[in-house]
Design a protein. Structure first.
Ligand code: FAD
Length: 313
């Protein structure tokens, strides 16, 4: 298994628990991965194609509902209000969420024309990635830190390779369709907010407030092709200003940290079987854009199916 982000760890847990011994090799381990930066709510964003995303997303949300009962997993179920400036049709992913409804007039601020409200999972990534790592180790899995120059290197001595290298697949598979989508967020102390707020209807910027147990993740940006991991001060100030407009209780909230991550953007998630030049089976599982958390378990289950099909009993 290449990669120790949410995609690699989820697939590794599923494979190991299904009886396939897994060794993860990864250049970066949590908290140094993109996955550690994710806001992270269940919400399909910048991942394609829609029909596969809907299926993976629905299955992942069901697992998050189960895991919300486990304290150590770091998953909170929260209400979301997504605000619209203009009349907006129902989202294509609506069938994946039970109980989603249009907001009433008094549920949206005056500047907005409408909104949607639903319950989703807020995944506290630092806690959750620790939980996945512990679960993987408890099932007998092994993790090694190291940088691979090729898929063949991972294949040496392995019955199969699962490629969950995120943006690293650009180099490992020479995949030019894979591009970074830079995301910057600001972490502040949570002043008592318990509802997720989203505004993607501003043509100039996306805005989101994601309250976790002790802090809030304020976002955001989605800059296709940008690669800098340095937080930009003016961008951070603008994020805080937009979020405070949405949730006035954030005014003066203590700033905790700035974070930047590069989402692995691709016209379609690549989840498919392949072979290395020496015939070793390989399953690719990368390119989840802004939805890696949202799709993680659905994709992990498909990886198990593909590995079962590729390896003789
Ligand atoms: C600001 C921000 C907010 C986000 N919010 C959300 C959200 O609310 N909901 C959601 O679902 N998603 C969200 N995302 C997207 C999500 O973070 C990504 O889709 C997800 O992290 C991708 O996971 P991954 O495991 O594929 O990649 P990564 O976490 O990047 O992991 C890739 C792994 O592969 C390893 N690797 C790469 N190349 C090599 C190599 N050559 N050799 C060895 N190892 C290698 C890396 O070291 C790493 O361990 C957000 C992202 C950002 C930046």
């Amino acid at each position: 298994m290449i990669g120790c982000g949410v995609i690699g760890l989820s697939a590794a847990v599923r494979l190991q628990e299904a009886g396939f011994p897994v060794r993860i090799i990864a250049r970066d381990l949590p908290p140094a991965t993109t996955s550690s930066v994710a806001a992270a709510i269940w919400y399909p964003y910048r991942a394609y194609p829609q029909h596969r995303v809907l299926d993976w997303g629905r299955r992942t949300l069901a697992v998050f509902h189960e895991l919300a009962g486990e304290r150590s997993a770091g998953i909170l179920l929260r209400d979301v209000t997504e605000l619209f400036r203009f009349p907006t049709p129902d989202p294509w992913w609506l069938p994946a969420v039970d109980g989603i409804r249009r907001c009433t007039v008094d549920e949206v601020p005056p500047a907005y024309g409408g909104g949607l409200t639903f319950r989703t999972a807020v995944v506290e990534m630092p806690v959750y990635l620790r939980y996945l790592t512990m679960r993987f180790h408890a099932a007998g899995g092994r993790i090694e830190q190291g940088t691979l120059d090729s898929l063949a290197e991972a294949g040496a001595g392995a019955a199969a390779v699962v490629n969950c290298s995120g943006l690293g697949a650009r180099q490992l598979t020479h995949d030019r369709q894979l591009l970074p989508i830079r995301g910057q967020v600001v972490l502040v102390e949570n002043p008592g907010v318990d509802q997720v707020l989203l505004d993607e209807s501003d043509p100039h910027a996306i805005t989101y407030v994601v309250p976790r147990s002790t802090d809030c993740v304020l976002g955001g940006t989605a800059e296709a092709g940008a690669k800098s991991l340095e937080p930009d001060v003016a961008t951070a100030e603008a994020i805080v200003e937009r979020c405070t407009k949405l949730e006035p209780r954030l005014a003066g909230a203590r700033l905790l940290a700035h974070r930047v991550g590069l989402r692995p953007g691709r016209p379609a998630v690549r989840l498919e079987p392949d072979h290395l030049p020496d015939g070793t089976p390989c399953v690719h599982n990368y390119g989840h854009g802004g939805s890696g958390v949202t799709l993680s378990w659905g994709c992990a289950d498909d990886v198990v199916g593909l590995i079962r099909a590729a390896l003789p009993e």
